[in-house]
Write a protein that binds this ligand. Structure first.
Ligand code: HEM
Ligand SMILES: *[C@@H]1O[C@H](CO)[C@@H](O)[C@H](O)[C@H]1NC(C)=O
Ligand SMILES: *[C@@H]1O[C@H](CO)[C@@H](O)[C@H](O)[C@H]1NC(C)=O
Length: 326
């Protein structure tokens, strides 16, 4: 630092101070242009494959968004969710929140194969693929106002944790205080909770995840409960699917409109409005009338979530097959 300029010293001081901040959110050295010189075609390639997958099946955008969330909440955004179980390795695929529920593994494989062909070597991490595929999904289904810049440079884990996958993800029967503590334990706040839950503006949920709500909750609109009960019987039909808002292939503010009318599909969705938090109620009202505010807060919260405990530098590896450790 002998010949450092005052500006450099100043920035160094900020960086050093930031490293001292305690808590689960590690300030990472991720950058938006990580692949600009290593493989300039990396991001357009991911977008192309995601676009094709969504054209084939609109729900895939929702599935890819959720996969990034389930990766990040379990010991950080490190691609651990993608590892297959083998005879001597247990991954996260059979965890309660993932099993028979998380989908999109084949699309990730396809993206990785395309990237390795176009970049001529394996340089893009599986963890970064998930972050970019989530952004592209939102952007394709929501349009330009839902497009944001993704920070990159994550590396892939050589471990996974079935226990952490079972215990670190919030459950659909959670109350508002439980949802908030789950997010706070990951360094996220109330605004992040409400904005990120807006991810439920796309995609579908299985009967088994909302059955108790439609038969036993009192804060559900009568018409909605009646029609959902026809689609999801008291027993059987566990895998019957229902959309989480009126427009499951449109990234919009319909999810928040639904909450205002007691039409949340999951118990945890409805907890965000009328669940006892005035601050959460106010955000649901705000997002329902302001797509711009939803887009801005959602993007900021996605970047924050994407920054959770990434492996960088020489930690971890760049997997050549997203399902296996090298
Ligand atoms: C706040 C706590 C959350 C809870 C309790 C929760 C719970 C759930 C449940 C139970 C499902 C249905 C799964 C199934 O039927 O197998 C689901 C689907 C989904 N979740 Fe969440 N989730 C939460 C937060 C999030 C976040 C933060 C995101 C992303 C930003 C997200 C994105 C999605 C998407 C897109 C789907 C639909 C997936 C598909 O159609 O394949 N969720 N969630
Ligand atoms: C697990 O088994 C595979 C072969 O199936 C082997 O290549 C790998 O080294 C083994 N890993 C450990 C940690 O024993
Ligand atoms: C509704 O609540 C009753 C009483 O607690 C319980 O026995 C029943 O299993 C619940 N129904 C569903 C579908 O969760």
């Amino acid at each position: 630092m002998a010949s450092a300029s005052p500006q450099a010293l100043f920035l160094y001081t900020i960086a050093a101070a930031a490293l001292l901040i305690p808590g689960p959110t590690v300030l990472a050295q991720l950058t938006p242009d990580f692949y600009t010189s290593i493989c300039p075609q990396a991001l357009p390639t991911i977008r192309r494959v995601v676009n094709q997958a969504i054209n084939d099946e609109p729900r895939m955008g929702a599935s890819l968004l959720r996969m990034h969330f389930h990766d990040c909440f379990v010991n950080g955004c490190d691609g651990s969710i993608l590892l297959d179980d083998t005879s001597n390795f247990t991954g996260e695929r059979t965890a309660g929140p993932n099993f028979n529920s998380v989908r999109g593994y084949d699309v990730v494989d396809k993206i990785k194969t395309e990237l390795d062909r176009i970049c001529r070597r394996s340089v893009v991490s599986c963890a970064d693929i998930l972050a970019v595929a989530a952004r592209d999904s939102v952007s394709i289904l929501g349009g330009p106002s839902f497009t944001y810049s993704v920070l990159l440079g994550r590396r892939d884990a050589t471990t996974a944790s079935l226990n952490a996958a079972n215990s670190n993800l919030p459950a659909p029967f959670f109350s508002f205080p439980q949802l908030l503590s789950s997010f706070q334990a990951h360094g996220l706040d109330l605004t992040d909770l409400v904005a990120l839950s807006g991810g439920h503006t796309i995609g579908l949920a299985r009967c088994t995840t909302f059955r108790t709500r439609i038969y036993n909750d009192t804060n559900i609109q009568t018409n909605l409960a009646a029609s959902l009960q026809r689609a999801c019987p008291p027993t059987g039909g566990d895998n019957n699917l229902q959309p989480m808002d009126r427009t499951p292939a449109g990234f919009d503010t319909q999810y928040f409109d639904a909450l205002l009318r007691n039409r949340g599909l999951l118990h945890s969705d409805q907890e965000l409005f009328g669940g006892g938090s005035a601050a959460s109620d106010a955000l649901v009202r705000l997002y329902s009338t302001s797509p711009q505010r939803f887009a801005a807060d959602f993007a900021a919260a996605m970047v924050k979530m994407g920054n959770m405990q990434p492996l960088t530098g020489t930690n971890g590896e760049i997997r050549s097959d997203c399902r296996k450790i090298n």
